[in-house]
Ligand binder design. Structure first.
Ligand SMILES: Cc1cc2nc3c(=O)[nH]c(=O)nc-3n(C[C@H](O)[C@H](O)[C@H](O)COP(=O)(O)OP(=O)(O)OC[C@H]3O[C@@H](n4cnc5c(N)ncnc54)[C@H](O)[C@@H]3O)c2cc1C
Length: 467
């Protein structure tokens, strides 16, 4: 890519802390724009409890970047990253291993590839140091913190003293989200408890027998074993559903599955227990399972939660989880330009912002580099449209139109603008043709590609055609 920034007028570096996925992406993006950067990584002096090597951009667990199919939100995000010259995607494509429709890599080659790109780039200075305090923004044009889900303690403390302790979290407890179209609305009904306010909740009725079976499955379902560095430290107000279930067979029926104030319109009765769904976004295309934060393994969540009446065909846009994760309350600590509201010139990128996963963290790094580029050009960054995967990810960070409490999340379709339905069509026998979910998502992807290309032109970013 042609340098589009005048280096001579940039005597000070951009300081980036953390040489993981986000940090490498920010560094390489900026360096390729012609902007000198200094990247500080604590390895090999110190590793996080999840790391095993001294390479940059270490993949600490799976070697998969998940689906590469653009009918999938994460596949679309990868396409958009490639379209806009992502270094992480370049490395992944260069080191991929066969994995069907997923993009998986040889993790050692992947780490070597990025380490080499960073070490060899003339505009990147790589430094090894355990950073304990937020670098002073006077020392640099901008500071970007990319220290990830296991940010080292002293730095995390310093971040918390800047943002306020209530804005930096060390664990996440996430409930699953379900696609509205996959819910059987003949069984699940809309009503608020005691009919207070609008019918904001969707209710899943359980008979006594169904409830007892459910509790038994939750207790006996296979759970993710916490890592050695993850203490099972839960807040009373946010206990995993299985921990509540283990406290006594009726605990859930007095807790998140309490039926009081609810009447099943099919029977005119109050069910024995009710699981509630809360609207996840203003478009009501996605619903959050209230109180269902859990350590159950993903296939177990699918099996057990789909046994609930009305959820037999449920499509999970996000699964529940509980794990050690350092992240900020991005909607309140970052401004519209994704800068710290507490200190000029301070940015955060990657998982510490509340995006989740290898791909999203890298994409977040890519987007922060564009923000910094705009800032250096003296322009206000125009965000990518919310019909695109980048725009949808940014919407999550801004919590724009999202109704539930801020929680880290993988990218999913509920963050995108809904797409208008196709005009009604009938087959030759007069039967209504319903558009499949996949076709609808392919249409959303096509819409995203067109919108992103136009946006990239307006933003003066180079477009790489990718099939
Ligand atoms: C145990 C575990 C398993 C995971 N499994 C998966 C998975 O299978 N798939 C998936 O998509 N995602 C997984 N994730 C999430 C994934 O690791 C993150 O999404 C991704 O790595 C985040 O990228 P990042 O650049 O924000 O942070 P990281 O990749 O973690 O990079 C942060 C970098 O900052 C450095 N650093 C930290 N503190 C300091 C400091 N004070 N000074 C200097 N350097 C510092 C670290 O050494 C590290 O290199 C997992 C996370 C954990 C913790």
């Amino acid at each position: 890519m042609m340098p589009i920034y005048d280096i001579q007028s940039t005597p000070k570096h951009i300081l980036i802390v953390g040489g993981g996925l986000a940090g490498c992406e920010v560094a390489l993006q900026l360096a390729r724009f012609g902007i000198p950067v200094q990247l500080t990584e604590m390895k090999p002096l110190k590793r996080t409890p999840a790391q095993h090597t001294d390479r940059l951009a270490e993949l600490v667990c799976s070697n998969s970047f998940r689906s590469d199919d653009i009918g999938n939100a994460i596949g679309l995000l990868k396409r958009e990253m490639r379209n806009l010259g992502s270094a992480i995607m370049e490395a992944a494509d260069a080191t991929k291993v066969p994995a069907g429709s997923a993009l998986a890599v040889d993790r050692d080659l992947f780490g070597d590839y990025l380490t080499r790109l960073i070490e060899e780039h003339p505009l990147i200075e790589l430094k090894h140091e355990v950073v304990e305090r937020l670098p002073n923004s006077d020392e640099a044009k901008a500071v970007v913190i990319c220290t990830g889900p296991l940010t080292d303690t002293a730095l995390a403390d310093d971040i918390a003293s800047l943002t306020g302790r209530e804005s930096l979290y060390f664990y996440d407890a996430i409930a699953p989200i379900i696609d509205s179209e996959s819910i059987n609305w003949d069984i699940v009904w809309r009503q608020s408890r005691y009919d207070k306010g609008e019918a904001d909740y969707a209710n899943i009725p359980l008979s006594k027998e169904e409830y007892y079976t459910f509790v038994d499955q939750v207790i006996n379902g296979e759970k993710v074993t916490p890592k050695a560095f993850e203490e099972a430290k839960y807040f009373e107000g946010c206990l995993p559903i299985e921990v509540m279930a283990e406290r006594g067979v009726e605990t859930l029926s007095y807790g998140p599955l309490k039926p009081v104030g609810l009447t099943d319109p099919r029977t005119g009765q109050r069910p024995y227990a009710v699981a509630q769904l809360r609207m996840e976004n203003q478009a009501a295309t996605a619903w959050n399972m209230v109180g269902f934060q859990t350590r159950l393994k993903y296939p177990e969540q699918k099996r057990i939660f789909k046994s609930l009446p009305g959820l037999e065909q449920a499509e999970f846009l996000r699964f529940g989880s509980i794990h050690r994760n350092t992240y900020l309350h991005a909607p309140s600590v970052l401004d519209d330009q994704l800068r710290s509201v507490h200190r000029d010139g301070l940015y955060f990128a990657g998982q510490i912002t509340g995006v989740e996963g290898y791909v999203e963290s890298s994409a977040c790094g890519q987007m922060i580099a564009w923000h910094i580029l705009s800032h250096l050009r003296g322009e206000t960054f125009t965000p990518p449209p919310t019909t695109t995967a980048f725009g949808a990810m940014r919407r999550h960070l801004r919590q724009d139109g999202v109704l539930s409490k801020y929680a880290p999340s993988n990218l999913n379709w509920s963050f995108f603008d809904p797409i208008e339905k196709l005009p009604k069509r009938k087959d030759e026998r007069g039967r209504r043709i319903k558009e499949s979910k996949r076709d609808k998502r392919l249409r959303m992807s096509e819409r995203a590609q067109l919108a992103l290309k136009e946006w990239a032109q307006d933003t003066r970013l180079t477009w790489h055609h990718y099939e």
